[in-house]
Design a protein. Structure first.
Length: 170
């Protein structure tokens, strides 16, 4: 089966002149020199290939073992050189495959942060996906560090670092 798919991809490229887009282009792959320790790197997927100046959907994953505390707020920060656009109305939080109702999503362009407030705290030990749909990628490709911070209910009102998505835009 694998050989057949490889043959079809090569043949279609030769006959049509178009490359076959692979799902692997939207996955993080292996990061050797990022400056972020391996245990702090979070997995993600770019549904539409992460092409510069293109529209995309970011699926930012948080493994269950990283969710040691319940979460009342997610804060996603990104670098000042990221010049993409987000649609706060197109943000979802999925817990164990089901959408969680959100009370508010704020995008602070100057502060470079997306703040997501679930109606009910997300339980500790849950596998979480933050889905950012209708994203306009930056005009220039590069490596972008998206940091995830959380606020736990009843906790001191300081955000705690959870990890970093090391994202590559082509």
């Amino acid at each position: 089966m694998r050989r057949l798919l490889s043959t079809l991809a090569v043949t279609s490229c030769l006959l049509t002149g178009f490359q076959a887009v692979s799902w692997a282009q939207g996955l993080p792959g292996l990061t050797l020199f990022s400056g972020v320790k391996g245990e702090n790197q979070l997995p993600y997927r770019l549904d539409f290939g992460g092409q510069a100046d293109g529209w995309d959907r970011y699926i930012l994953r948080i493994p269950a073992q990283k969710m040691k505390l319940a979460v009342a707020q997610f804060a996603i920060t990104y670098p000042d050189y990221y010049k993409g656009n987000f649609d706060p109305k197109q943000v979802e939080v999925m817990v164990k495959g089901k959408a969680v109702p959100l009370s508010e999503v704020k995008w602070d362009k100057e502060g470079r942060v997306i703040q997501i407030y679930p109606q009910e705290p997300v339980p500790a030990g849950s596998k979480v996906e933050v889905v950012l749909s209708n994203v306009k990628n930056p005009s220039f490709g590069g490596i972008y560090y998206f940091n995830c911070q959380i606020l736990s209910p009843g906790d001191v009102p300081l955000l705690r670092y959870l990890g970093t998505w090391v994202m590559s835009i082509n």
